[in-house]
Ligand binder design. Structure first.
Ligand code: ZN
Ligand code: ZN
Length: 69
């Protein structure tokens, strides 16, 4: 697979949002999650992360309620 932006370079990673191949220069590494430098991909990833954090907090709260009830 070649980089989406540089067709002469091999891809080192794949955007987890849109699935484009990315060379080292085009990779955007956010807490070990790789995306391309597309703003919509970075934004989408951040929204997904917020949801995951929210669900995690709800889950922990439920567990705590079950333990201390
Ligand atoms: Zn992308
Ligand atoms: Zn590239």
């Amino acid at each position: 697979m070649k980089c989406y932006n540089h067709h002469d370079r091999d891809a080192f990673g794949i955007c987890t949002v849109c699935g484009k191949g990315l060379c080292l220069e085009c990779m955007n590494n956010q807490n070990a999650v790789i995306t391309c430098n597309d703003k919509s991909c970075i934004g989408k990833l951040n929204r997904t992360k917020l949801w995951k954090t929210f669900l995690y907090i709800v889950l922990v709260a439920l567990i705590l309620l079950l333990i201390f009830d």
